[in-house]
Design a protein around this ligand. Structure first.
Ligand SMILES: N[C@@H](CCC(=O)N[C@@H](CS)C(=O)NCC(=O)O)C(=O)O
Length: 203
């Protein structure tokens, strides 16, 4: 298998942190999406959403969408980490928190960044007012994360999961939007806990 990515981008980080946690290595090909290398007809023929990360399978097929890629590796290589959960209720809680972080955190963050910075203005119409609104929605979401992390060691409960990986990627992206979480003590304690994980060292 081969993973097409740009390691510094947040959705590539989601997959990379997940694979690091599981100890899986895979051949990687860097695709400079900022320079439009994902806009070519060749790349678009491989990637259903036209973006990275994109996994090339050994049978010549392709999978895009970071969470689909993580789920595929998790089912190929099941382990005791059970990053998607380990019982019906646990899996549902992981899914619930993962979707909350994605829909209320990551998507507004990406919309804010794309529309305010204009980084992809060569391929989409940027609307600064939508960027501002998205940034405000993201800021309104952070206290909910703070509250949850005051109730629970990890987002979905007592164990680390893919929901924490998504939230960690979100927090790492906030400086690009000039948003600080220094004043959120529960979130800082959770970050300290996460930084002890060997898979996150230096990430
Ligand atoms: N929902 C997708 C989003 C993928 C995505 O937006 N990837 C960005 C890099 S983080 C990209 O390829 N951007 C290039 C573009 O929008 O043209 C996922 O989770 O994989």
């Amino acid at each position: 298998m081969k993973l097409y990515e740009l390691a510094t981008t947040p959705n590539a980080r989601r997959v990379n942190l997940f694979l690091a946690e599981k100890g899986i290595t895979v051949e990687r090909v860097q695709v400079d999406v900022r320079a439009g290398e994902n806009l070519t007809p060749e790349f678009r023929a491989k990637s259903a959403n036209g973006r990275i990360p994109l996994l090339e399978l050994d049978d010549g097929g392709y999978l895009c969408e970071s969470v689909a890629i993580c789920r595929y590796f998790d089912e190929l290589y099941p382990d005791e980490l059970a990053l998607f959960g380990d019982s019906p209720l646990d899996r549902a809680r992981v899914e619930m928190w993962h979707r909350i972080v994605e829909l209320d955190g990551l998507i507004p963050a990406f919309q804010a960044f794309r529309n305010l910075s204009g980084v992809y203005r060569d391929r989409e119409h940027c609307v600064p007012a939508w960027g501002e609104e998205s940034r405000a929605r993201l800021q309104a979401f952070l206290p909910r994360l703070e509250q949850r992390l005051g109730e629970s060691d990890y987002l979905a409960g007592a164990r680390y999961s893919i929901a924490d990986i998504a939230a960690y990627v979100l927090i790492g992206f906030l400086p690009r939007l000039d948003i600080s979480v220094a004043e959120l003590p529960q979130l800082q304690r959770w970050l300290d806990r996460l930084r002890l994980r060997p898979a996150l060292a230096g990430c």
